[in-house]
Design a protein. Structure first.
Length: 315
């Protein structure tokens, strides 16, 4: 089994919490952290490891077409697949003659994916690979990860979005100043948490409280898009705004069932009335797209897919 490791000496810094991590060729590992912490770690790794770090900052040939770019790397790395097959796999065949400088961010990102895949390194480190791209490009990258796992290449991905960490990682972690902690996935809350939850002060009220500075704001449940777990407490999300609660997801879950909310993932409760789309990335990876101003996507646990399909009468 091939592995890729980060030890304490590699990332030794006053601004980086002490941690060590090993990823194998059997699973993709993701690390979720804030962008400042991520930047510091990447700077350290770039001076400490020989594994290439794929951050989309290495240049492509913007004056050349998509096909000319791919053809160059196809020959350079001696790829056995045909050029046409590669363009089709990354959904670039229809824009093969398009100059790269006229392509969208998502189209350019898929060219980057091809370059990285064709380079065939012994291990791979990605930084924000699906940040700011469209659904098609995200699907393309998820499919690429499946191929990378089949080729037994240890892969580590740094992201600043929890949903991306859960979507892309077989083993997702959260890194904070307190250290590195594995994010539990595809697990149900303990029965004690859901069945023996103590009564709260707003059992029969129609408002959900959250803190903003020294104030308490009361939200109508129907205006909430979803609630995310953060450091053991709930975080209300409405469009691109978030508000911290004093309650855990398990404590608030029962209160919101009557309003059409659903525990779609260990770390998320979603307002089903706001769900616009169920996205299938792969046979084991799903997301829900929210009908809000920013078109948010949140994880759907693979253990919940059948139940949510039944709730929407899709089965």
């Amino acid at each position: 089994m091939t592995t890729f490791s980060i030890d304490q000496d590699m990332i030794s810094s006053e601004s980086i919490p002490t941690f060590s991590l090993t990823t194998s060729d059997k699973e993709v590992t993701t690390v979720y952290s804030n962008t400042d912490l991520q930047t510091e770690i990447i700077k350290k790794l770039q001076t400490q490891i020989t594994t290439p770090i794929f951050d989309q900052k290495d240049g492509l040939y913007t004056r050349l077409t998509v096909q000319e770019n791919v053809s160059f790397y196809h020959k350079w790395f001696g790829c056995k697949l045909t050029l046409h097959d590669i363009l089709v796999q990354f959904d670039l065949a229809s824009i093969a003659k398009k100059p790269l400088h006229k392509c969208s961010v998502s189209e350019v990102r898929r060219v980057h994916y091809i370059k990285y895949l064709l380079s065939a390194p012994g291990s791979m480190v990605f930084v924000e690979p699906i940040h700011g791209v469209d659904v098609l490009t995200t699907q393309t990258f998820v499919a690429m990860l499946e191929r990378i796992k089949q080729d037994a290449i240890p892969t580590l991905i740094f992201v600043s979005n929890m949903e991306h960490a859960l979507l892309l990682g077989d083993i997702p972690y959260k890194l904070q100043q307190s250290g590195l902690k594995k994010i539990e996935i595809d697990e149900e809350p303990n029965e004690e948490e859901t069945e023996d939850t103590p009564k709260t002060s707003f059992d029969h009220l129609f408002k959900i409280p959250a803190k903003v500075d020294d104030k308490i704001i009361l939200f109508d449940p129907l205006e909430i898009d979803y609630i995310e777990s953060q450091d053991g407490k709930g975080k209300i999300v409405i469009n691109d705004q978030s508000y911290l609660m004093d309650l855990t997801l398990s404590e608030i879950e029962k209160k919101l069932n009557v309003y059409g909310f659903y525990r779609c993932h260990r770390s998320y409760i979603v307002n089903l009335q706001k769900v616009r789309e169920i996205i299938t990335w792969s046979k084991n990876a799903y997301s829900l797209r929210i009908d809000n101003g920013v078109q948010s996507t949140i994880p759907l646990s693979r253990t919940k897919i059948q139940e949510i399909q039944e709730r929407f009468s899709l089965r």
